[in-house]
Design a protein around this ligand. Structure first.
Ligand SMILES: *Cc1c(COP(=O)(O)O)cnc(C)c1O
Length: 434
């Protein structure tokens, strides 16, 4: 490592340092971000020519890796037609083409689609739809949501209000947000027999609050940014039954799990359920552009039509952006044309083998793997600067948070690359390397 701060290495990095906020950082950032000038396959290319294996898939979105010819071609073809037109009063084949593909792959029954511009917005739209649903049903007092501790649903207001109230920074706004109800995080690992008692706390809360509740929001099988925790599909199936018994809407946030990450196209499939409202994002465009979707059943969309507004009250400027829709369609086609199940299985096997040594370290609380997700949970918070130095020295890009060192890599990661990612994660966990 050179003594010179990395952010002064070039004029554009000086501009970044002085003027640009990065996610959840001070300005200027305490740790200089790495300069990336290109990305190809499963690697990021740094300004000095170094290549890092991307174990994060750009926050879980770049499932195919980077610079995919099929997605590049689709983007260029759409650019030549039009990059964007408003969706108010106008429509285009790009949106319809994406809708057609989503309808073929999402759980049966989700037929009404809102194309939003980011995951958090998709969650806002889902919650607005749930609120309008109960207004239209003549039960406007049903306006609270039941959410789960260790959940994460985004950074906008309603999304923050249903994310874990204690971890993360959302508690900064605690008394400004809508007050929701929280159930304990599911305690039922997917690889152990399911104990129905795991559902008791949430069942009791629903029983108690049913008259005030609009619905329940949950991340299916994987609680992502709120703790990288996995739970049994039977829990989700049980939650669906509880919602049905009390007439509550079930909102499933598959923004992190959608498009194959857990071994099925959507995590809901493993529980054999259809939610009333489904949120998609992140991998929807294969990591190329920001786009998200909120899907509802006909029962929900029809009820909204009959409400006071008679419409779903949301409409972002870049709704159904044609460029993003076209790339999303190409990404879905590319996913379905390839052997993604085998790739996810191969990653799961590789991660299990490669991370196993970490389980024996005294600094490690737990190692867990589910689909193409590998996690080392430490006893104590990870020193991010030190972890980044160890990982980059090993040629790997990792971004631990809290006590969690984890990977959600692109699906084409080779076994050799997977081993290198695991070695870097284990090196961080043991405090060696760098
Ligand atoms: C990332 C994420 C979001 C927020 O999506 P953004 O595109 O970052 O707004 C919401 N829910 C889940 C489960 C996520 O993983």
């Amino acid at each position: 490592m050179t003594a010179e701060p990395a952010h002064l290495a070039s004029p554009w990095q000086a501009i970044d340092h002085a003027h640009l906020w990065h996610p959840y950082t001070s300005l200027p950032a305490a740790v200089a971000p790495l300069p990336v000038v290109g990305a190809e396959g499963c690697e990021l290319i740094l300004a000095d020519g170094r290549r890092l294996i991307d174990a994060m898939a750009s926050w879980w979105s770049a499932i195919h890796g980077y610079n995919q010819p099929a997605l590049n071609d689709a983007a260029q073809a759409q650019l030549a037609r039009m990059s964007h037109v408003m969706f108010g009063g106008l429509t285009h084949p790009a949106a319809a083409g994406l809708a057609e593909r989503l309808l073929r792959i999402v759980p049966a029954g989700l037929e009404s689609i809102f194309l939003a511009d980011s995951g958090s917005v998709a969650v806002e739209v889902a919650i607005k739809a749930a609120m309008q649903y109960w207004q239209a049903a003549g039960q406007p007092q049903r306006r609270r949501l039941l959410a789960f501790r260790h959940g994460y649903h985004g950074d906008t207001c309603w999304a923050m209000s249903v994310s874990d109230p204690a971890n993360g920074m959302h508690r900064l706004y605690a008394d400004m947000l809508p007050q929701q109800r929280f159930a304990p995080a599911p305690q039922c690992p997917p690889d152990a027999p399911f104990e129905p008692a795991a559902l008791e706390p949430v069942a009791a809360l629903i029983e108690q609050e049913a008259d005030e509740l609009a619905g329940v929001i949950i991340e299916p099988l994987v609680q992502g940014a709120g703790g990288m925790r996995f739970y049994h599909p039977a829990f989700l199936a049980g939650l669906r039954r509880l919602c049905d018994a009390h007439g509550l809407l079930l909102i499933c946030d598959e923004i992190a799990t959608g498009f194959g990450r857990t071994g099925t196209l959507f995590a809901c499939e493993q529980a054999g359920i259809t939610p009333d409202i489904l949120c998609l994002g992140k991998a929807l465009t294969g990591g190329y552009l920001t786009l998200a979707a909120t899907l509802t059943t006909r029962a929900v969309s029809a009820r909204l039509n009959g409400g006071e507004a008679g419409v779903l009250m949301h409409g972002p400027t870049f709704m159904a952006n044609p460029l993003a829709c076209t790339i999303a369609s190409a990404s879905i086609d590319l996913l379905l044309a390839g052997d993604w199940q085998a790739r996810v299985r191969r990653l799961e096997t590789g991660l299990r083998a490669g991370l196993a040594p970490a389980a024996a370290l005294p600094s490690v609380r737990e190692v867990r793997v589910f689909g193409a997700i590998g996690v080392i949970e430490m006893q104590a918070p990870v020193d991010m600067a030190r972890a980044t130095a160890i990982a980059t020295a090993a040629g790997v890009w990792l971004r631990p948070f809290g006590r969690l060192i984890y990977t959600m890599p692109p699906y084409p990661l080779t076994p050799v690359q997977t081993e290198r990612v695991c070695e870097a994660m284990c090196a961080i966990a043991s405090g060696t390397g760098g």
